[in-house]
Design a protein around this ligand. Structure first.
Ligand SMILES: [Zn+2]
Ligand SMILES: [Zn+2]
Length: 140
């Protein structure tokens, strides 16, 4: 996501554009998996502010609907940019207990049940959390 795109995303939800907000939106957009606030902060290489500033801005973006929490494991919230294609991350997520990777999995039987079953109309957000050891760790 370019700086201009990030600026538009922030403005479109009525928030003021600031350096930390731009950086957070771009870090989340660049990752193809949901990130915790620590992971977001670590990916902002040129951050001249401390992690609590990153956190405060992430919460602002969350409250504005730009970066919803899509996974919550053991008290760690992970955020992703809301976009039409990905919806609200209504697919299952897989947490590797070895390396801590959180991966988005393709919609499977669980997700399609929610999408087409009698509960589909009621559903606004799904959090399906699977846990185990990721393929890379199994190989290693
Ligand atoms: Zn792993
Ligand atoms: Zn996801």
């Amino acid at each position: 996501m370019t700086k201009d795109d990030a600026r538009d995303v922030i403005k479109s939800r009525g928030l003021r554009v600031t350096m930390p907000r731009l950086a957070v939106v771009r870090a989340l957009a660049a990752a193809n998996v949901p990130l915790s606030y620590r992971e977001v902060h670590d990916r902002i290489a040129d951050a001249a502010w401390d992690p609590s500033t990153t956190y405060r801005n992430l919460v602002k973006l969350r409250d504005a609907g730009i970066a919803p929490v899509v996974s919550r494991v053991e008290g760690i919230d992970r955020y992703a940019i809301a976009d039409a294609r990905e919806g609200q991350h209504r697919h299952p997520h897989f947490l590797c207990e070895d390396c801590g990777l959180l991966a988005c999995l393709p919609a499977d039987a669980v997700a399609s049940t929610l999408a087409h079953g009698p509960w589909a109309a009621s559903l606004q957000q799904a959090t399906v959390q699977l846990r185990g050891t990721c393929p890379a760790c199994l190989e290693g």
